[in-house]
Design a protein around this ligand. Structure first.
Ligand code: CA
Length: 442
């Protein structure tokens, strides 16, 4: 199930794109994440590939004969209203063929360097390319697989509280909204909703407890069939890409509305994903065992248990949350680090989440988005939301510039980054997942 290592992971390989060889780049030759954005020729949306500080127009490369065979077909048919869905839906071998062809095209010594460099717009500075939502998302499901976050929030809401009796048996999730997923720094409008203050009737007012949730997102690859559960041993075959995901949350609206069916308007107003889709192949060196269950925790039921998935179904991704307030922007200050965590601290693997999702017969379509749930870690400083950092507003945090925060203020920009590093391999990253809070409409 787990993608194998091959020559594309060789740390000795370098790109003819100089910035791709910098040690701190997110996008070395070994990554090759996929995205969607306007082609330099004509502006129609096309398959893009991040390489260092540049972006390759893979659709244009295919039309120029620089990507041939399956890779050329995939690159030429991607974009438009279907975005990356055709690539994600392709068989794993075909997606691997695309990766191999891109690696060969961009590797130092490639005969493609001169034609790519001389074709207008085939290689553009990343700063000049507006990235679009990477997939056509038919449906979006948000899990709750970060047990450290789930336990911390349970304690905040009920002193001494813990996750429900079902948590260690069931990968908990809810159906979320696909229509409000955005990317590329798009503004997030503060929602208004029903706020219920103690000893008073609810009022309809702008959210006062606006938060972010640090999550890993993943995209469905080859679709599954209605009525046919995917066996856990094959579940990873249906995941074709990963991203960073911010599940913006209105804590005050959520607290009042969520009984008994779960969050609704408090989560559906906006979700932000990072624009680059990192492939399972690129992440192969960074797989880790699923997080260790505590003594006394039940073993996963057989339909969620697979030896390979237990051994290598987790992913080590160092995650960082940055904030840049309006005051910091006005003073031309860079974002400052607010929190950090790691994707290895998920209680359930992406494959377990996908297998569970289909276990009742629900089918998943290529390009569908699944979120992991907020990822906090076992250490007190490893957090994925403000409600944890600030104890639901009771313990405000002080930013490096002296500003205080319990929840997000208008003008705050929240940026997630993710990096994978392992001895003997070239580190890779996810790029930024960013959004900026704007005031309530009206
Ligand atoms: Ca969430």
């Amino acid at each position: 199930m787990t993608t194998q290592l091959d020559h594309t992971h060789d740390p000795g390989r370098r790109s003819w794109v100089g910035s791709a060889n910098a040690p701190d780049t997110d996008f070395p030759l070994q990554n090759l994440p996929l995205g969607v954005g306007p082609s330099a020729a004509g502006g129609h949306s096309t398959l893009l590939v991040a390489i260092g500080d540049e972006v390759l127009d893979a659709g244009a490369a295919a039309r120029a004969g620089l990507l041939v065979g399956v890779a050329g077909e995939l690159a030429a048919t991607t974009g438009g209203p279907d975005r990356l869905n055709p690539v994600l839906a392709a068989a794993a071998d075909d997606r691997a063929a695309l990766r191999h062809a891109l690696a060969a095209l961009l590797e130092r010594g490639s005969r493609a360097e001169e034609p790519v460099r001389t074709a207008p717009g085939m290689l553009r500075p990343a700063a000049e390319v507006p990235l679009e939502l990477p997939t056509r998302i038919g449906s979006y499901t948000d899990f709750y697989a970060g047990i450290h976050h789930a336990r911390a929030v349970s304690k905040i809401l009920v002193p001494g509280g813990d996750v429900g009796a079902n948590y260690r048996w069931v990968p908990i999730a809810y159906q979320s909204r696909a229509s409000t997923v955005r990317t590329g720094g798009a503004p997030v409008r503060r929602p208004a909703g029903q706020l219920k203050r103690p000893d008073a009737d609810p009022v309809f007012a702008p959210c006062e407890k606006l938060d972010f949730e640090l999550e890993l997102g993943f995209y469905v690859g080859p679709p599954t069939e209605l009525g046919w559960p995917v066996p856990i041993g094959r579940a990873a075959d249906h995941i074709a890409g990963y991203c960073l995901l911010n599940d913006w949350s209105a804590r005050d609206i959520q607290g009042w509305e969520m009984a008994p069916l779960g969050p609704f308007l408090s989560k559906s107003f906006a979700t932000t994903v990072s624009p680059w889709v990192v492939t399972p192949d690129a992440l192969a060196p960074f797989r880790v065992p699923v997080m260790t269950r505590e003594p006394g925790d039940p073993a996963p039921l057989p339909y969620l248990s697979d030896a390979d998935d237990q051994a290598a179904g987790g992913i080590a991704i160092a995650l960082t949350v940055w904030i840049r307030t309006a005051a910091m922007r006005a003073a031309s200050q860079n974002p400052v680090q607010l929190l950090s965590s790691d994707a290895r601290h998920l209680y359930w693997t992406p494959a377990q989440m996908l297998a569970h999702h289909t276990s009742g017969g629900c089918d998943l379509q290529s390009g569908d988005l699944l979120g992991s749930g907020t990822i906090s870690g076992p250490r007190p400083e490893q957090l994925g939301s403000l409600i944890e950092l600030c104890d639901d507003g009771r313990r405000p945090a002080t930013l490096l510039n002296g500003e205080g925060r319990s929840f997000l203020a208008d003008g705050d920009e929240i940026i997630f980054t993710g990096r994978c590093a392992r001895e003997g391999f070239v580190p890779i990253g996810f790029g930024a997942c960013s959004g900026i809070i704007v005031e309530t409409e009206g």
